[in-house]
Write a protein that binds this ligand. Structure first.
Ligand code: GLU
Length: 286
């Protein structure tokens, strides 16, 4: 039986793009007799706000979507992220880094899926230098060492087919953020495993992230799900609909008395508001 999930970060209100993602995950589960989880990705305590959590759940219910069990919260699972990070440290795969964004941008010579690739400045600092003050440092994975340890890996996207994992395109990505007890990559991978997610359903803007998640599954001995990266809603300029660019929120529509199930039906049929389109292909500008 499949299990899918919708995993919003409560740092703003949900918009149409979230509605589409939630509908896809919900409908895949329902059409195959599976279950659908809602996971609140609230590790970023600074940016997560309780009103966005309540609003998001109300929005989903308004759209006519039901989820199985209680929603789960990443903020309740911080110790499991720390434990996994300790394992990776014990394997010699993580190193502390105190470089600033500006330093990285200035020294980078390549660009990865998330911006300038980390140039490896702190990778080979002597141990005593690392030990000076790992507090307040970010912890990066030594990607070359991790890839060598894991060996060749594959994963399968239901829509795009079998993929050879190429996590190296991210370079030495951060697994423990300076300010947080995890990173998106670590927390999402662990949660999908612990929650028994068999079909990781999310937008294709996160397609490349799955290379990193597949690597973490191999390193940590986690089960390997199948992925379903769906199309995402685009603004007229071809960029992903985003809350920071002021996409109208579901809550505003709900509170204005709009018909939620009718909106969900329109999204299912691909009837989108003027100017909004669905992405095709795998490359989406953030
Ligand atoms: N929390 C992420 C977001 O809101 C989704 C992560 C995922 O589905 O893996 O974009």
């Amino acid at each position: 039986m499949i299990r899918t999930r919708f995993a919003p970060s409560p740092n703003g209100p949900l918009h149409l793009g979230h509605a589409y993602a939630a509908i896809v995950a919900h409908d895949l589960a329902r059409s195959r007799g599976g279950t659908f989880e809602v996971r609140i990705e609230d590790i970023d305590g600074e940016r997560s706000r309780p009103e966005f959590i309540a609003g998001s759940l109300a929005d989903l219910a308004w759209l006519g979507l039901s989820w199985d069990g209680e929603p789960v919260f990443q903020s309740h699972r911080l110790s499991s992220y720390a434990k996994a990070a300790e394992r990776l440290k014990a394997m010699g795969l993580l190193y502390p880094c105190r470089c600033t964004r500006a330093e990285i941008a200035a020294a980078a010579t390549e660009v990865g899926p998330d911006g300038p690739l980390y140039p490896g400045t702190c990778r080979h600092l002597p141990d005593n230098k690392h030990a000076i003050d790992p507090q307040g440092a970010a912890w990066r994975i030594d990607m070359a060492a991790a890839v060598a340890l894991a060996g060749p890996l594959e994963w399968v996207d239901e829509l795009a087919g079998p993929q050879r994992a190429t996590p190296e395109i991210f370079g030495d990505v951060v697994l423990l953020r300076k300010d947080l007890p995890a990173s998106y990559h670590l927390a999402a991978t662990l949660d999908d495993a612990v929650d028994g997610i068999t079909l990781v359903t999310r937008g294709m803007d996160l397609f490349a992230a799955s290379h990193v998640h597949r690597l973490l599954q191999a390193l940590l001995g986690l089960p390997v799900p199948t992925w379903h990266h769906h199309a995402v809603l685009l603004e007229p300029d071809g960029r992903k609909l985003a809350k920071r660019r002021g996409a109208p929120s579901l809550s505003d529509r709900r509170l204005a008395g709009e018909d939620g199930p009718a909106l969900a039906a329109a999204l299912r049929d691909g009837r989108l508001p003027a100017g909004i389109s669905l992405s095709s292909g795998l490359h989406v500008k953030a």
